[in-house]
Design a protein around this ligand. Structure first.
Ligand code: GLY
Length: 255
């Protein structure tokens, strides 16, 4: 799939109050802003036009724009976020996506919940993780919508990670980069798999955009493995977003 566009949202000072299950301390806001600029630069270098939404002081996690929507070549699905403090983030994203999708916008409705971090696209197939944020009802609503556009959907159940894409990324060429938690899932048995060391598991949240895989900075073994497999790599430091359970994929919508 050729990506042409990306949407990002600037972090506000409120980001230091983002939901966190890590013991890494509070993010440094100035550093986070600099990292965000570098992230946008990397996206542009991958050949996409980047729309930058202004920060808001209401939602601490709102720069993680991947969660309120799923964008595809044919339609967009606005989610019903599972995290209480994030409910409402989807309103701005919906109005922005109207520019790109006209009528092909659908919405996940209560009692379904779904967050974009739980949805991994592999060509015409979506894998939807059922997590603390995404329930089966939300996953089924999502599959019903995308099937209308000739996509397929498979539900994946797991434990111990926030979102599906906390533990796995599709990086093209039938290849997954995947952590221990998900490596033996039968839903993934037909893929080539690059296994991530436990000590580098954060690097599973990487993104393939056009000719490049963008990896978080500071994960040398993973970088070496990808280079060995012939992938072209860019690295971006997202240490301040890691502190609040976020990563490279969470910071943009790509389509
Ligand atoms: N802090 C990112 C999230 O929990 O959604």
């Amino acid at each position: 799939m050729k990506f042409k566009n990306a949407i990002v949202k600037k972090p506000s000072k409120k980001m230091v109050e983002g939901i966190s299950t890590t013991n890494l301390g509070k993010p440094n806001y100035k550093k986070a802003l600099k990292q965000h600029k570098n992230y946008i630069k990397a996206l542009r270098e991958c050949g996409v036009e980047v729309e930058i939404l202004e920060e808001d002081e209401i939602y601490p996690d709102s720069m993680f724009v991947e969660d309120p929507a799923i964008v595809t070549e044919k339609c967009a699905i606005i989610t019903n976020l599972g995290a209480e403090s994030r409910k409402g983030e989807e309103k701005e994203i919906k109005s922005v996506l109207k520019k790109y999708y006209s009528k092909n916008i659908h919405e996940i409705k209560y009692p379904g919940t779904l967050e974009g971090g739980d949805v991994m696209q592999v060509e015409d197939h979506f894998y939807i993780g059922v997590s603390d944020r995404t329930n089966k009802d939300g996953a089924k609503q999502f599959i019903n919508y995308v099937e209308k556009y000739n996509y397929k959907g498979t539900i994946v159940e797991f434990e111990d990670i926030l979102h599906l894409k906390t533990g796995v990324a599709y990086i093209g060429d039938n290849t997954l980069i995947v952590t221990d938690t998900l490596i033996d899932k039968e839903e993934f048995e037909d893929f080539n798999k690059i296994k991530i060391n436990e000590s580098e598991k954060y690097a599973a949240n990487c993104i393939r955009i056009n000719d490049y895989v963008i990896l978080p900075k500071g994960y040398p073994d993973t970088k070496k493995d990808l280079l060995k497999e012939g992938f072209d790599i860019k690295t971006v430091d997202v240490s301040e977003y890691k502190k609040i359970d976020g990563g490279l994929s969470c910071l943009s919508l790509r389509f």
